[in-house]
Write a protein that binds this ligand. Structure first.
Ligand code: GCU
Length: 685
């Protein structure tokens, strides 16, 4: 298998003989207690990894054979006392958690992989294999691990014609010519990749549910959906579908989709029964309603709680949930209208409904109030909903962050979001505590993200974009992991252990977000992209359109006034002291200045520079930094296989071209608008 296809599951042969011997002594005989499809996958993964890295075929015992050197199973099935363990230990970890421990049994070193459930065993196996990949010692191991977040999900934005909305790595792996694919290999390999980093849920079709996709919840497609759910189930991943709110009309033959209509309620109940007949552990629905022209409850004078609850009621008897998106805003705005503010919309729509949703509804909120820009503040809805389940939506797909042509390692961005203190319940109310359910004791919570994969040979187009998928899974399992740790871990399991190589790539990854920010939209203003496809610069591309995404640059200044006194009042949606911090020009952080304030070009930033000089400097710097990335990568020639080396080299050249275009367009535009020259007299066209 090509390294690029295997991503972080290459399991290269371990050549160090001593290390290999050390590992082998643990891995000759494996005892598995219990039977389930997930345990079956766990064993398959283990055997595959050991064969590949250590060249051994362990003897497998289908019971708790004492002679085995690896013993795996769930805590309820194993005789814990034989290993000196107390079942109390497992009270501390959640359903998906596990223990990995090295013990001495009759003078023999033995490795225990004990899950709270069979999923825990699968995760323990992945953890063990990762330790081998990382060349860690297996002596005296003791890990007690639980995922911090409950739902750890990916949203595929795949259409049934095999196109992928905002997809930058080929076609869908799920669909083919308006059918669900029967080629399951790739889906199984995807499931393996995802489970190895702890993902436990997936929605398999685009949130925009078009005509044919609306029928995914009918007999015509459900048998094939069920086959996909079987594949994911074996890897501990629950399958969800995005649905069309107008389904009762479009496929049900009703004249309305009014959520309070009894026929509509009945229709959804029957539909849920039908789906669960095919997929007994179906996850539920993801819903984009009343958003960007998709149908929703507003058509019937109902609100989002009415809309979500009719679905939730239908799914409830079967244990299904509704994931209802909060990406709801007026997308028919007039640029002259300075009072309507897209950033306010999610909060304005959903905050008043807090407490009105059934307990199997989760509101899915994008990390920022606009739309996955390179820099946005955190959505003020986090923390504002006390009585409603909520989850985070990130975008692993690099829609506004370089489209997997430009390098942009997103883990530092996600970490910044998760660490942000909302002060919802005083200091220490970080976003990570809201999405892990602990702040408000939520029944359901978690994190999801738009996936970045397609049928490209290397899954993600840009080989280094694999780091985003890997980092996303590992980070949401444990948000305490640092960006540095995650970058290094990914590099080791992907490219090996050469220390020069590790340092070079690590630096490239860690610098990349700020580099991308430098040569694109400055100081949090966002949106200066080409309309529709969103790659490359177009400063006024969205400035006079209906989407509510303006920078309001004129000859005097730039930025959006979102203050309480003279602006849209958006800053007031935050809890104190964030509210005051953003509202006041003096305390607003530089990187978000233009998100909250309209200022003259001569306004001095905290950095001491004027806004206009900052724009020039960062854009020149951004291009120089991309040249630096190219230089760093070129030093790795010979240390990386040709295919992956060339893939990244080519993408970096595209990035350089893009960065130069951004630099020149942005600098020229603002030079012309402001009439203020660059202090360093560099070339501005
Ligand atoms: C963005 C994106 C769309 C997507 C939408 C959403 O606007 O460009 O392609 O449909 O977000 O999240 O629903």
């Amino acid at each position: 298998m090509e390294k690029s296809y295997a991503c972080w599951l290459q399991y290269d042969r371990i050549n160090d003989r001593n290390l290999c011997e050390d590992y082998r002594k643990f891995c000759q005989e494996v005892a598995v207690k219990g039977e389930s499809v997930i345990l079956h996958s766990a064993l398959k993964e283990l055997k595959n990894g050991l064969r590949s890295m250590l060249d051994i075929e362990p003897i497998i015992y289908k019971d708790e054979a004492m002679e085995a050197s690896i013993i795996m199973g769930t805590y309820e099935q194993l005789h814990l006392q034989e290993y000196g363990l107390d079942s109390q230990l497992f009270q501390k970890i959640n359903e998906e958690g596990y223990l990995i421990k090295t013990i001495k049994k009759k003078e023999k070193e033995t490795l225990l992989l004990i899950g709270k459930s069979d999923k825990g065993v699968l995760y323990a196996v992945h953890h063990l294999l990762r330790l081998l990949q990382l060349r860690e010692s297996l002596n005296q191991l003791e890990f007690i691990e639980s995922p911090k977040n409950q739902i750890r999900m990916l949203n595929q934005w795949d259409n049934i014609d095999a196109s992928v909305e905002r997809g930058y790595s080929g076609q869908s792996i799920f669909y083919d010519h308006n059918k669900i694919t029967q080629n399951h290999k790739r889906i199984r390999d995807y499931a393996r990749l995802l489970s190895s980093v702890g993902i436990n849920a997936i929605s398999i079709n685009n949130v925009n549910v078009w005509k044919v996709e609306t029928k995914l919840i009918t007999h015509e497609f459900l048998a094939d959906v069920a086959k996909i759910a079987d594949i994911f189930r074996a890897y501990g991943i629950k399958t969800f579908l995005s649905i069309n709110f107008a389904s009762p009309i479009e496929i049900g033959g009703l004249s309305t989709a009014d959520p309070l209509d009894n026929e509509v309620k009945k229709w959804w109940k029957n539909k849920a029964g039908e789906i669960f007949g095919y997929i007994p552990d179906f996850g539920g629905f993801v819903v984009k309603a009343d958003s960007e022209h998709r149908p929703g409850p507003f058509s019937y004078g109902r609100d989002h709680a009415d809309g979500a609850n009719v679905l939730a009621q239908a799914l409830k008897p079967f244990g299904g949930i509704v994931i209802w998106r909060c990406f709801v805003y007026n997308c028919l705005q007039d640029w002259r209208d300075r009072s309507t503010d897209r950033a306010r919309a999610a909060y304005d729509h959903f905050k008043p409904l807090d407490g009105q949703f059934l307990d199997n509804v989760i509101l899915q909120v994008k990390n920022g109030p606009m739309d996955f820009q390179v820099r946005e503040p955190v959505s003020p809805l986090f923390g504002a909903l006390e009585k409603t389940n909520q989850m985070m939506e990130f975008q692993v797909a690099q829609e506004y962050t370089g489209q997997q042509k430009d390098l942009c390692f997103l883990v530092p961005l996600w970490k910044e979001v998760l660490e942000f203190d909302t002060y919802a319940h005083g200091q220490g109310s970080a976003i990570k505590k809201i999405v892990d359910g602990s702040l408000y004791n939520a029944k359901f919570s978690g994190i999801c993200a738009v996936s970045n994969i397609g049928d490209d040979a290397n899954w993600t187009g840009h080989t280094l974009a694999q780091a985003n998928l890997y980092g996303y899974g590992r980070l949401i399992w444990n948000p305490e992991l640092t960006s540095e740790e995650l970058a290094e871990e990914w590099i080791r399991v992907t490219f090996g252990h050469d220390s020069f190589l590790i340092e070079q790539i690590k630096q490239m990854l860690l610098d990349s977000w700020s580099i991308y920010e430098n040569y694109t939209a400055p100081l949090g203003v966002g949106w200066m992209v080409n309309p529709h496809h969103h790659y490359g610069p177009s400063i006024d591309g969205y400035e006079y359109s209906v989407w509510g995404t303006y920078h309001f640059a004129d000859r005097d200044g730039i930025g959006v006034d979102r203050t309480l006194e003279t602006g849209t009042g958006y800053a007031g949606q935050y809890f104190s002291p964030n509210k005051e911090m953003y509202n006041a020009l003096e305390s607003c952080p530089d990187e978000l200045l233009l998100f909250f304030h309209h200022v003259p070009y001569t306004h001095r930033l905290k950095s001491g520079k004027t806004v206009i000089q900052h724009i020039y400097d960062t854009h020149f710097k951004g291009v120089a930094q991309v040249e630096g990335l190219i230089e760093k990568w070129s030093q790795l020639q010979g240390k990386i296989d040709e295919e992956r080396f060339t893939n990244v080299s080519n993408r970096l050249q595209l990035q350089l071209k893009n960065a130069k275009e951004w630099r020149d367009q942005v600098n020229t535009y603002f030079y012309r608008k402001s009439g203020i020259a660059d202090e360093e007299n560099r070339a501005i066209y």
